[in-house]
Every structure is written in C-alpha cells, then in structure tokens.
Ligand binder design. Structure first.
Ligand SMILES: *Cc1c(COP(=O)(O)O)cnc(C)c1O
Length: 194
C-alpha cells in the first residue's frame, strides 16, 4: 500500500515537513502548481515520486512529462497519443494509469467503463507503460461499488495498480484492494479555498 500525499494548495514549509518525516510519493492535480512546488525540490530529493492526479490538457503534455514520474489521468486516445509522442523524444516509456469515470458523470474526467479496455489497449500499443487504473467516485454515492468496478476492469486487463480512495473513503478503498490511496486533508488538514 502506497500513500500518495496530495500537496495541492499546500505551502512549501508543509511540503518540507512531509519530506522530513520520510514521505516520498506525492500527488498534484495541476501542472503549473506542481512546477512551483517541486521544480527545485526534485533535484534535492532524488528518490521523490511525483504523480499527476488531475486532468491534463494536451498543450501541457511536455511540461507534465518533464516533471512527473507517473500520469494517473490518461482518459482519452488523443492524450495517450500526445504522451507517447512526447516520451518518444525522451526515449523512455512513461508510467501511466488510465482514469475511469466509474460513475459516468458528464462533468467528470475519465474514460467511460465501457471504453476502458479499448483505451488501455491503445495506450499499450502506443508504448506507454500502463500500470493500472484510477478513479474518483461520485461524491453523493457510496464508493464501494465504484472501487469494485475499477478492480474488475483492472483484473480483466491484467493491471495491478489501483489508485483509489481519498481522505473520506480510503478505508473502503483499501478493503477493495487499493494499492495507492491519495490523501490531502487527512494528512494536512482542510484545504485552503483555491
Ligand atoms: C485533492 C485530491 C485528492 C485528495 O483529496 P482529500 O479529500 O483532501 O484527501 C485526491 N485525489 C484527487 C484526484 C484530488 O484532486
């Protein structure tokens, strides 16, 4: 079980405190804010792992690939293609997760469950290193069935990583097999309004 500490909206001293107690895996949901937080620390902390957990626009792909070790939010063929082209330039296979919109919410990012297998196959064919799946269940529903669905899609595609569970539901996510929980407020207190 990996704890991904979500440092969006946090200050540099808070981030330093987390590093001081040995935390090494961090999640950010915006490329620019992540650059501000991590561009210099990256060099100081060689064993850092940075994970992008927010939506990625194709015009930010170069910046994202330069900064992040793992992109958790691959959710459409065009983005997979752009990531493959960019990582091709660096000659490395990018580690990614496919984000699934398990609640099929129109406003939410993520591939629909029925399109997930095809996107996973496409991303693999493009040379991306697909490690697993990520989801954010609807706020107004019990999360268990969403976590179960994510696990089912992962299993039938031979994927081992499940990034699911946030401060309010990580206990449920762990019971459903989460390998990565993404915690912000449970670690750092309530977020300041953005
Ligand atoms: C902010 C955020 C989290 C952390 O949320 P908390 O409820 O503060 O734990 C996890 N995942 C994603 C995608 C986020 O944007």
């Amino acid at each position: 079980m990996t704890l991904t500490a979500v440092t969006k909206t946090q200050t540099d001293p808070v981030i330093r405190d987390a590093l001081d107690v040995g935390q090494r895996v961090f999640g950010e949901n915006r490329v620019q804010e992540a650059q501000a937080h991590w561009a210099t620390l990256r060099a100081e902390v060689p064993d850092l792992e940075l994970r992008l957990i927010g939506p990625l626009q194709t015009n930010k792909v170069a910046d994202a690939v330069a900064l992040f070790d793992v992109i958790e939010t691959v959710d459409r063929p065009k983005l997979a293609e752009a990531l493959a082209v960019e990582t091709g330039k660096h000659g490395r296979a990018l580690r990614v997760l496919v984000q699934v919109n398990t609640g099929e919410e129109p406003q939410k990012a993520g591939v629909l469950p029925s399109d997930a297998d095809a996107l996973i196959e496409k991303a693999r064919a493009l040379g991306l290193k697909v490690e697993g799946l990520m989801c954010i269940p609807p706020v107004d529903e019990a999360p268990g069935l969403h976590f179960a669905l994510l696990r089912k899609i992962a299993r039938r595609n031979g994927l081992s990583v499940l990034s699911m569970g946030m401060s309010d539901d990580f206990d449920v996510a762990i019971r459903f097999g989460a390998t990565h929980v993404r915690l912000g407020s449970a670690l750092f207190g309530e977020r300041k309004p953005a």
